[in-house]
Structure formats: C-alpha cells, structure tokens
Design a protein around this ligand. Structure first.
Ligand code: J2J
Length: 543
C-alpha cells in the first residue's frame, strides 16, 4: 500500500476477499466494462452536455492520453477541484486509467485548503474550473503556483486564461499503451476529512474498499439501468459520490444528472425535465425543497418520477422528515455516513416511523459497530455512547498522520467517529450528538481548532475559541469568541483577514464576539473543549 497509509491486517483483507466484498475490480476496469455493456445509454447530463457511456469512456481515454503526454504518470496525485460539470467524470476516470490518484477538493475550498492538499500529497497537477459560484479558480491557482503551493501543471475546465485548457489536454487519438492497471488493494484516491484538528486530514480509499461500498450502496438503493440520479450536492463530496452517488449510478448503468446548484429552482426543474428517480441532499436543502413545493415557487412542478429522496450529512429532524412523503410523494432514505467509511441507510422498505426517526443501519453485514462510554466500555443496549466502527470499507488510518491516528483509532483498528449514537431494538442508529470538536454547518464540517488557528494568526488577537451556535435552518452556524490583545480589530477586518488566508467559505465565522476573558471552567487547567461547551451553553441561553 502507498507509503503513509495504514493497510488492513492481512487476516482482515483475506476475510473481506473470501466473503466477496473485495473483488479486485478497479475504477478503470469498471468504466471500461460499463462502456461495453451500456455503450449507447446516457451516462451523464450537465452543463448543456449529454454523454453516452461510450462517449464518457472515449473522453476519459483521450484525456488520459493527453495527461500522460503532459507528464502525469501512474501513482501521481492530482488535485481535482471541479463543480458539477461532466468534465469532472471525464477527468477522474482519465486519472484512474493512468493509475493516477485524484485528490478531491470541494468547490467551496479556497487557497488554504487547496495549498494544503497540493503540498501534502505532492500533487503533480491541479484541475480547476474557470469560474463557479462567483469565484475565479484560475486566479487562485495562479496565486498558489506563484507561491510554489501548487504544481506547475494547472488545467482548467472552461476558459483557461493563461493556464492550460483541459480541452487542449485531450489527445486526438487515445493511446492505451499509456494506461496502467493499479493494484486494486492500493489507494485509488483521497478524500478530505471534515476534521477536528488544526489541518484537514487526508483519507486514502482503495479500489477494493470503495468499490465495495459503491456496489453495496447501489444495491440497497435498488439502482438499475432505469435510475436517473440528480447530483445536487457538490459531486466530489463522499455522499453524492458513493452513497450510492454518481459512482453507484454508473456502476448500475443509470444516468447521472449534474445540477450546478441545489436551489429548488435549479434542482426541481431538473427533476421534472430529466425524470429524476433518486437524489441526495443535506437537511437544509431538503427544508428548502419542501417549502418551495408546499408553499412556494415550485408548487406546480411534476415530481412524479422521483422515488427516493436521500437526506444525510447532518441530523434531519423527525418533524421535517415526516413531511417528505406527503409533500414530495417519494420515499425518504436517511443516510448517516462519513468519508472515512461506514455508511448507514434506512432501507427503502423500512416502516415510515423508522425512516423518519433513525439514521439507518450499517450498509454491510461486516460493519462492526461498538457503542462505548468515555473509557471505551460498551454501554448497555439502547443507551447513548460513542460510535466506534471497523469494517471492509472503513479506513484504518489517515494519510501521513501517525500521531493523530494513535487517538483517532483504537489499538484494534476501530475508527472513533466522534458521533454519539444509540441503537434501537431494530438495529437502527439514532445520532444523538457529537463528542468531537467539529461544527456541522448544514452538512459542511468545520474543525473548531482549524478556524481558531487562523484567527490566532491575526496580530491583534490574543486568544480565540470557535463554537457551534444552534440555528433553525443549518442546524449550527460558526461562532468565534475572540480576546483581543489591545484594541480589537473590527468584525469586518477579521473576516477579511480569514478570507485572505484562503479559508473555505463555509468556515468563515457567521458571528464574532469580542470578550474580555473566557468563562472559567472551574478547573485549574483550561480545557479548550470544556471552554467551547461552556461558550456554546452561554450562547444558547443568550439568544
Ligand atoms: C447526523 N449526522 C450525520 C446524519 C453524517 C453519506 C452521507 C453523509 C456523509 C457525510 C457521507 C449524518 N445525521 N444522517 O460521507 O457517504 C455527520 C456525522 C459524521 C460526519 C461525516 C456519506 N450523516 N453525519 O456527511 O465525512 O458527524 O460525510 O461523522 O462529510 O457527518 O461527515 P462527512
């Protein structure tokens, strides 16, 4: 396995293979095979384009050839930061053909995160869009390149400016001699963790483990060649990528429709016109859709093709969950997953009360679940505890993170999810809270420590504590408590400072409070976690 990654112990790997979970299939094999079987079916629709499986395959092959000529080789890491455009699929499958490893950045990531990804993985290329959502990725890429924080090779989907257009990298003729078939047990790509630490951690996923979760997810969601999936969330996120996401849909021979944004106007129009059968959203988007259909601008949309609405990424309140069937006329599927692995689903035939009040049960019979107290002792059945997990598609370690891995995983390889859950008698999990220093802003994960570090870099700041502030729409927003050295900077000045440091848009605090001191915690040594809890409590009572 790639240096810096933690392999599964041999006996586990053997067990997963013997059980048929790990099949030895690679991402490259998978598209080749589907292109043969479903050549003329539509694979992807988006940004005014409509490609069949044969076209997607041909484009991936031509781009792989072009990338090889530009110097991208097997084993190279390539940071891919693309919005929901068909070129995203073309590029990632081109990289898989070469045996190169995509490193996924969200469109909301900015120079700070992209630099971290490029330098940590020693990326040999960066692929960005021209503009999206009012942001110019070319300018960011040029700035990073000038600082030595991005590779020389920057490819742009769209208007390239002074950079290399992706279209130019596409060779006129594919040359299969440059393709490489990687070891299916090795790392296929990297996802970025939501994180709880100062710097975001990289999640290495193998062909074997990820394709198992994709296949099993496609099965749980009853996907087939008649499936039309709307990718409304940014497709590079683990949920719309693999649960079952666009990969599950392509695996099943269905059609992926890419939405440029998840607004009711854009997404519900696509559901109507493309006859979408399944889609996935985070709770705030589900609320927007429900309101738009029930009371608002989208009430006359024909959504009769929609069979399943998946909701996940953050807790979906039962009151909202109960509205899905009557308002949208489809089945709700709750999805509680994580880029590190474990994914739980309510099943499509679960009774309505289970689908609306639980976050599902594990995807695989081989997912091992432990629910434990602070001392790692199992809690009595039905009680709330920390969720630990191990299994055929849950990583055993973050990339190049020995120190962090020592606490993020147990000695016997269970991943500490940081989630507080209880298990119902039916085996379903209910997410009751969280023990990790992370803010879940409507499904977007913010590490308190990471944002604090950025605030602490401001010369006028003495100390900072970042906490979640409860919010009826997003679940939580980001609030920063700041102690200034002398004269506090203005709120606007501090936020500008954070934006200039290249922090992702969703990590920029929604509220800044300047305080004289932090509340005393009653213990001699100040625990930042205690402090955050105390501040969160105060915030709740003062709102
Ligand atoms: C409560 N909290 C949830 C849910 C995730 C499918 C779906 C989601 C993700 C994802 C994913 C939750 N209710 N239904 O990767 O494949 C919180 C938990 C979890 C963290 C993981 C997938 N669904 N969460 O959200 O890596 O705290 O993955 O540990 O972004 O989101 O975040 P992330």
């Amino acid at each position: 396995m790639l240096d810096g990654c933690t392999p599964w112990p041999a006996e586990f790997a053997a067990r997963y293979r013997a059980a048929g979970y790990w099949t030895g299939e690679t991402f490259g094999d998978f598209l080749t095979d589907r292109a043969r079987r479903f050549a003329d079916r539509v694979a992807v629709v988006g940004a005014g384009q409509r490609w069949t499986y044969a076209e997607l395959d041909a484009r991936a092959a031509a781009t792989a050839t072009g990338l090889a000529r530009l110097g991208v080789a097997a084993g190279d890491r390539v940071v891919v930061q693309l919005p929901n455009v068909p070129e995203l699929l073309e590029v990632v499958f081109a990289l898989f053909r070469l045996g190169a490893l995509p490193v996924y950045a969200l469109p909301a990531h900015r120079a700070g995160e992209v630099a971290h990804l490029c330098t940590t993985t020693r990326a040999s290329a960066l692929v960005v869009a021209d503009r999206h959502g009012g942001f110019d990725y070319r300018a960011m890429a040029e700035q990073l390149r000038a600082r030595g924080d991005a590779p020389d090779l920057v490819l742009v989907a769209g208007e390239a400016g002074g950079l290399t257009p992706l279209a130019e990298a596409r060779a006129a003729q594919a040359d299969p001699s440059v393709f490489t078939r990687p070891d299916p047990a090795d790392v296929a790509f990297f996802q970025l963790s939501g994180g709880t630490t100062g710097l975001p951690k990289l999640i290495p996923r193998t062909h074997d483990d990820y394709l198992y979760s994709v296949r099993a997810s496609a099965e749980v969601c009853a996907l087939g060649t008649d499936t039309v999936y709307l990718a409304a969330l940014p497709a590079v996120h683990n949920f719309p990528m693999s649960s079952p996401g666009f990969l599950g849909v392509l695996h099943a021979g269905g059609t992926v429709v890419l939405a440029s944004d998840p607004s009711p106007k854009t997404a519900l129009a696509l559901i109507e016109t493309e006859r979408v059968t399944i889609t996935a959203v985070v709770p705030p988007i589900a609320l927007l859709w429900l309101d738009a259909v029930e009371h608002g601008t989208q009430h006359d949309r024909d959504l009769s093709s929609l069979r399943v609405l998946q909701v996940g990424g953050a807790k979906f309140a039962p009151e909202a969950a109960r509205r899905v069937r009557p308002v949208l006329g489809c089945t709700l599927q709750q999805v509680f997953g994580m880029a590190e692995g474990l994914v739980n689903y309510t099943r499509l035939d679960d009774p309505e009360d289970i689908a609306t009040t639980t976050q599902g049960r594990p995807l695989s019979p081989a997912d091992e679940i432990r629910i434990v107290d602070d001392a790692d002792r199992p809690v009595p059945d039905g009680e709330v505890g920390h969720l630990l997990t191990r299994g055929p598609y849950t990583i055993r370690g973050y990339y190049r993170a020995d120190e962090h891995n020592a606490t993020a995983f147990t000695a016997d390889g269970f991943y500490r999810t940081g989630d507080l859950v209880r298990r119902t008698p039916t085996g379903h999990l209910v997410v009751e809270g969280r023990a990790k220093d992370q803010i879940n802003r409507g499904g977007e994960k913010v590490s308190a420590e990471e944002v604090e570090n950025h605030i602490l870099a401001h010369p006028a700041v003495h100390d900072a504590a970042v906490v979640g502030m409860s919010d009826p729409y997003l679940g939580e927003r980001v609030c920063a408590y700041v102690i200034a050295r002398t004269e506090p900077p203005s709120r606007g000045e501090l936020l500008r400072f954070l934006r200039e440091r290249g922090l992702a848009t969703y990590k920029i605090p929604d509220r800044v409070e300047f305080v004289e001191r932090f509340p005393a915690t009653g213990v001699g040594k100040v625990s930042r976690r205690e402090l955050r809890r105390e501040l969160a409590r105060r915030l709740d009572t003062t709102r």
